[in-house]
Design a protein around this ligand. Sequence first.
Ligand code: CDP
Ligand code: CDP
Length: 213
Amino acid sequence: MIVAIDGPAASGKGTLARRLADYLNLPHLDTGLLYRATARTLIEHGQNLSDVHAAVAAARGLSLTDFDTKELRGRDMGEAASIVAAIPEVRQALVDMQRSFAARPGGAVLDGRDIGTVICPQAEAKIYVTASPETRASRRALELKGQGEAVDYQAVLEEIRRRDARDASRALAPLRLAEDAVELDTTDLDIEAAFRTALSIVEGKRSKAAARP
Ligand code: CDP
Ligand code: CDP
């Protein structure tokens, strides 16, 4: 079974995807890391984030095994990732890696922006996680504070809005709700409540798929 979790920044999709994967005993891929790692390679090499040729080479050179998530998870890298993610050739270069992961025996959980729409349109369960921009900014600010970073809530909110706009307006694979996805608004849900709701969606889809002739 393939579980596709999409949604905007800090909606809680990563937390949810990890919990579902643990519970269902499936491998999990945080696809945002692919775009973050591509951006990091360019920055490390002093290359421009809009250099298509260099960005494609960086994306092709990625390996799923060596992601240092702590560094990649930083705020600057999120913004840089959304710039390289708007390059169609970069997205194209990362498709096969994501589809092979999804094709693992038994299935997988993937989270990102275009899993249900482009990467795995055949996924049995698709959840589109949302929350108000203010809630998402507070969550991210709290998370950063916990990591010892000095944060300005207003700056985090602006960054989230900027990234939402860039992700939703790009030409290829923009952030949007797949027709057959279930929207899960977590504005008023804690992690546990969001997990329970998501699990019931996944189990509902799984029994439907099992009942199909
Ligand atoms: O965790 P957060 O939502 O803040 O970021 P992320 O999921 O790591 O994604 C970072 C950026 O990568 C996003 O703003 C998107 O521009 C891009 N991304 C994408 O375009 N497609 C995906 N499947 C995943 C991420
Ligand atoms: O992956 P994404 O950027 O969508 O979000 P995340 O990293 O899963 O969650 C961002 C922050 O919000 C984390 O610190 C989560 O613990 C927190 N969170 C929350 O407070 N309530 C939820 N329902 C989901 C996540």
